[in-house]
Design a protein around this ligand. Structure first.
Ligand code: ZN
Length: 53
């Protein structure tokens, strides 16, 4: 099971979470669902913290 740290979406099917994105910000692991990953891909590539989105 995974929970999106951005929108709070919960996914029980692990196969569906394979397309999710995990990132480590300030030592804390964060998980983002596929939709949030797409939406914020540019910000992620810029290595910006989620607080700036
Ligand atoms: Zn999400």
């Amino acid at each position: 099971m995974a929970t999106c740290d951005f929108c709070g979406r919960v996914e029980d099917d692990e196969a569906k979470t394979l397309s999710w994105t995990t990132a480590v910000e300030r030592g804390r692991k964060r998980v983002y669902c596929d939709e949030c990953s797409r939406t914020h891909l540019r910000a992620m590539e810029g290595k910006l913290d989620s607080e700036w989105w």
